[in-house]
Design a protein around this ligand. Structure first.
Ligand code: G4P
Length: 291
């Protein structure tokens, strides 16, 4: 998988970020807590080098709580401030302003000593499309703000959102990876719906997701599809082959049959992805920090 994402748009967005990073005090990266590495644009470190960093682990309502704790510790160990949030219902978002002030406490103290206590703190918000940036900003701001479209030119590509007297956010268009060196990154982005299905084969995607869930969360899979047991993985069987058999088992149970009694695995794959994205199968994290 080696997909180029709207190269023109990415170049413009990158350029805007690099220009604007000089005007902010901190950078807040919003990540999908189900895929904290795959949802991190690898260029962000280089583009924002030297700026204090706040990592928001968003969608905690959809991810595995234990895994989220491990990820929070992982990012804290890198020196970042970390906030866990479910932007949709607003859990965690009220702590944003305090987390920024804590992150910038030395700077704010220095301002106060210079008699500039009221100086506005500016934070750039970064994140891949669909991670929840605009939902998060709306919750933090306490009102609906104009959504920054992921295509520059659709709305102003630079948008300052005042939060309170002393804090402003800079919303930015979503930036995806320039290309995926590692197949699992592309898969994770596809599972969570960050990239569109029409560029990937849904059945293949369903096989990979089944194989992951069958390995990491077998009980949840059994419960979701009312399977007494999962078809065992045969020695040397790859993800696609085993995942296909899991799709067949789930599809048969759901009664998705086509002529000749075969299972409509494509339909089952679509349902699996929809149910996964809709949170109907449970809470899952698709990658874990290396020990
Ligand atoms: P973006 O600006 O980064 O592109 O993302 P946006 O805020 O538009 O959010 C994309 C979708 O993700 C929205 O759903 C939003 O409600 C949902 N979302 C954002 N944060 C969270 C979260 O923490 N948990 C959950 N479960 N969902 C979240 P939508 O279906 O496109 O819109 P809507 O029907 O919710 O309005």
């Amino acid at each position: 998988m080696n997909i180029q994402w709207y190269p023109g748009h990415m170049t413009k967005t990158r350029r805007m970020i690099v220009e604007q990073v000089k005007n902010v005090d901190a950078v807040c990266e919003i990540l999908d807590s189900r895929i904290p590495i795959s949802s991190r644009n690898p260029d962000v470190d280089e583009m924002t080098a030297g700026k204090p960093r706040l990592v928001v682990l968003n969608r905690v309502d959809q991810s595995d709580m234990e895994a989220t704790k491990r990820w929070a510790a992982y990012f804290r160990a890198k020196g970042y401030a970390v906030l866990e949030s479910d932007a949709k219902s607003g859990v965690g978002t009220a702590k944003f302003s305090a987390a920024v002030r804590e992150l910038l406490s030395d700077k704010l103290r220095a301002y106060a000593e210079k008699g500039q206590a009221g100086r506005v703190v500016r934070v750039m918000i970064l994140g891949i499309p669909n991670v929840g940036k605009s939902t998060f900003i709306n919750k933090v701001a306490g009102r609906k703000t104009a959504k920054t479209e992921d295509r520059p030119g659709v709305t102003r590509s630079k948008q300052w959102v005042p939060i309170d007297k002393g804090l402003e956010l800079l919303d930015t268009p979503g930036i995806l990876w320039p290309k995926f060196e590692d197949q699992s990154v592309g898969l994770n982005l596809a599972f969570t719906g960050a990239v569109k299905d029409d560029i990937l084969d849904v059945e293949t995607l369903g096989c990979h997701l089944m194989a992951y869930l069958g390995t990491q969360y077998p009980d949840a899979l059994k419960t979701a599809y009312k399977l007494a047991s999962l078809p065992g993985r045969e020695e040397g069987e790859n993800d696609i082959a085993w995942g296909y058999r899991l799709l067949e088992a789930a599809g048969r149970k759901r009664g998705f049959l086509i002529s000749g009694g075969e299972v409509d695995t494509e339909r089952m794959a679509k349902i699996l992805l929809d149910e996964f994205r809709g949170g109907k199968l449970g809470r899952f994290t698709l990658e874990l920090p290396q020990a």
